[in-house]
Design a binder for this molecule. Structure first.
Ligand code: SF4
Ligand code: SF4
Ligand code: SF4
Length: 363
């Protein structure tokens, strides 16, 4: 279905109607051994809506029991006991449905086939050779109840996939193909951001868990498979500095509180809710606090947004076009501001009441 924002409600597509719901226990198998800096895992430890602890400890009513397997949060700091559920899932005998979370971009192993490994996540028990992330994805994605790509590297390729890279890195959908559907009939769910905004990820995971329990429809995704309700607006639409833009009042250096489009902000064309939601717990939000938006959530990141500190392509034109309108608006606002910065004339300590009050009860 096409909505007013030109997006697709995956949940209303027949092929995405999840067969397997009513699940009461589920594993989350989280692999960050792609081309990754683990920044998304670190980011998600700051989530509060809900927190990862609330989900894992079963504090949220109606969610299935969740068994989380992430090496950073593993009490055994990795090792065979940590790898055991991954190996079981790859063999098809985990015994429970699982959500696969991929963090980091996927290298093109074909480029160096036979000459080494771009990634590794545990070793092959027979040969002792590293098992690549590509191998794990090949084994796990056909069996996964749902697959989530966390962060811009996993969703679209990100930093490691920029022009000139030697690894041929790509996003998960580039690797699996757009036709991929999980056991629940869902495409890969993309939650971009570098790193991912922690509550964006946890809210999406929680929606999926409610769907697994059978109490929610599949999450609505847009045409780039992002949660529609999180990525349907631009940075500019949520920026604290938007009024400066409207008045064509532009910062010329990074010390100014004004609109930063002239010093490199891409906010007008970037889908991201961080200015509204903050980086974590409502704190920060790039342009609100003086950091230009460099489009880190976007499929074209980073190449389409470089060089970062220059005025964006199209930015000069739009900032020139808005100048006469902005100057007029600024002047009108100045006049109105002066008018509303005065108290009304009837507020005085004189004998007569001049407020316009009409004492109707008096004869
Ligand atoms: Fe690190 Fe950013 Fe890639 Fe996440 S998206 S793995 S934070 S570089
Ligand atoms: Fe838009 Fe960026 Fe200016 Fe904010 S700082 S109003 S996001 S151009
Ligand atoms: Fe990334 Fe821009 Fe969002 Fe900041 S505001 S998180 S730079 S997309």
């Amino acid at each position: 279905m096409t909505t007013d924002r030109g997006t697709t409600h995956v949940g209303e597509q027949p092929e995405a109607a999840g067969e397997q719901t009513g699940i009461d226990e589920i594993d989350v198998l989280w692999i960050s051994e792609g081309m990754s800096c683990d920044g998304d895992t670190v980011s998600i430890t700051a989530a509060s809506q809900p927190s990862i602890e609330d989900v894992v400890l079963g504090i949220i009513p109606g969610l299935p029991k969740v068994n989380l397997h992430n090496k950073v949060l593993s009490p055994s700091l990795g090792g065979e006991d940590y790898l055991a559920p991954f190996r079981a899932a790859a063999r098809g005998d985990l015994g429970r449905p699982f959500i696969l979370v991929i963090e980091g971009s996927i290298p093109n192993q074909n480029i160096i086939e036979g000459d080494g490994f771009w990634t590794s996540f545990g070793n092959d028990l027979e040969t002792g050779q590293p098992l690549t992330v590509n191998w794990w994805i090949d084994q796990l994605t056909p069996r996964a109840w749902a697959v989530v790509a966390a962060g811009t590297c996993a969703t679209y390729g990100g930093i490691h996939a920029m022009a000139g890279n030697p690894t041929g890195s790509m996003g998960l959908v580039d690797y699996l193909g757009g036709e991929y559907r999980s056991q629940a009939g869902l495409p890969v769910v993309n939650v971009p951001g570098c790193p991912v905004q922690p509550d964006n990820f946890m809210e999406t995971l929680t929606w999926l868990l409610f769907h697994a329990a059978g109490s929610a429809p599949p999450p609505p995704l847009d045409h780039m498979l992002r949660p529609q309700w999180l990525f349907g607006r631009t940075v500019h639409e949520g920026c604290d500095r938007a009024a400066y833009y409207e008045q064509a009042d532009f910062a010329l250096d990074y010390n100014s509180p004004k609109c930063q489009v002239r010093v490199g902000c891409w906010g007008p064309v970037v889908n991201c809710n961080v200015p509204k939601r903050g980086w974590m717990a409502g704190i920060g939000g790039c342009p609100n606090v003086g950091g230009i938006c460099i489009g880190c959530t976007m499929p074209g990141f980073p190449d389409a947004f470089m060089p970062f500190m220059d005025e964006p392509t199209g930015g000069s034109l739009s900032s020139v076009l808005i100048k006469p309108y902005g100057a007029f608006i600024r002047r009108m606002r100045g006049i109105t501001n002066a008018a509303v910065n005065k108290e009304p004339r009837w507020r005085h300590n004189e004998e007569a009441l001049t407020s316009g009050y009409d004492p109707r009860w008096r004869a």
